[in-house]
Design a binder for this molecule. Structure first.
Ligand code: SF4
Length: 320
């Protein structure tokens, strides 16, 4: 069942073991409860297990990343003549069409195939020399730099989790509202609804996306769309700061200047200040703001995706 306000489940890739599939080297799994209960209400998960897909079997000997940065191979830990680098890279290529239809991807941490930041790299003598992306996940990240990607451990961080989920919904809206049937008008409408969302990531991104949209109707549309979504997705890769949210909230208070009495606006500003100093989560000023916007703001403000970047019941703004 899809929860309120969402018309369809969003296709998101995931490491099979996170769904509880017994595909790990030891026949076990790494079931992630948050994914299978909370996120599964909103996401249609598409599982991938690259090691099983390339024929390594279950159970299997463990593999690890060995070598220098830029020249890493995936070798067996017991039998170092087992080299599955090319098989895993080819598998990433073979699923590229399916991954291109996804709007996000959640990888299993630490894995030499699936880890995104945390896969250990070893020297040829066996000493750990650093951490990085697994071979399969690394290839997909190179191929799809705009696709929101996260790994399981980092999803426990409230800020990273909120940002990842917000970007999955953002990327999905881009395809639903613009890319699937593109026009300059659709780009302008999309940008108009996302102005405050983009602003929360900083004035630079706000200015640069605005400058791109100002070109709508003047040149080659497909190039403009590609430039715009690249700017937005790369510019939102890191979560907004508290300062960024405060800036947006104060702009919204400004919109209520003519319709809401000064005393009430002071209550809003007090709640924003409590959020700025870390005394309350973002949900507190947002809830108050929502009430006054619903009753007193123009449609332009009410339609801002910043107010509801994902279904409210996810409760993500209670934690940041
Ligand atoms: S981490 Fe990736 S390769 Fe390893 S079991 Fe999970 S899905 Fe398969």
């Amino acid at each position: 069942m899809v929860d309120s306000g969402q018309t369809h489940k969003i296709s998101v890739g995931i490491s099979s073991c996170l769904l509880g599939e017994e595909v790990r080297y030891n026949g076990g799994h790494k079931h992630d409860n948050y994914c299978t209960t909370v996120l599964a209400r909103h996401f249609e998960f598409k599982p991938f297990c690259p090691e099983v897909a390339v024929g390594l079997g279950v159970p299997r000997q463990t593999i690890r990343l060995v070598g220098e940065p830029g020249a890493v191979r995936v070798l067996g830990t017991q039998d170092s003549t087992l080299d599955v680098t090319d098989r895993l890279s080819s598998y990433a290529e073979s699923v590229a069409d399916s991954v291109g239809d996804l709007r996000g991807y959640i990888f299993m941490k630490d894995s030499p195939s699936c880890g995104l930041y945390s896969a250990k790299v070893y020297s040829k003598k066996g000493a750990p020399v650093g951490k990085g992306a697994g071979i399969y996940s690394g290839r997909l990240r190179e191929r799809f730099p705009l696709l929101p990607m996260e790994e399981s451990g980092r999803l426990n961080d409230p800020g990273l989790r909120e940002n990842f989920i917000a970007r999955v919904f953002l990327y999905d809206r881009w395809f639903q509202d613009v890319a699937n049937e593109a026009s300059a008008q659709k780009l302008i409408a999309f940008h108009s609804r996302h102005k405050y969302f983009v602003m929360s990531y900083g004035q630079k991104l706000y200015r640069e996306t605005g400058a791109l949209v100002a070109r709508a109707g003047c040149g080659e549309l497909q190039q403009l769309l590609a430039d715009y979504i690249k700017k937005v997705m790369l510019g939102t890769a890191k979560p907004p700061t508290r300062k960024g949210h405060v800036n947006v909230l104060l702009h919204m208070v400004g919109y209520l200047r003519k319709t809401v009495p000064g005393g009430i606006r002071q209550d809003l500003i007090k709640a924003i200040e409590e959020y700025r100093t870390g005394q309350v989560p973002l949900a507190v000023p947002m809830k108050l703001m929502q009430h006054y916007l619903d009753n007193y703001a123009s449609d332009y403000i009410k339609q801002q995706t910043y107010l509801n970047p994902y279904p409210f019941e996810l409760g993500l703004r209670n934690t940041i």
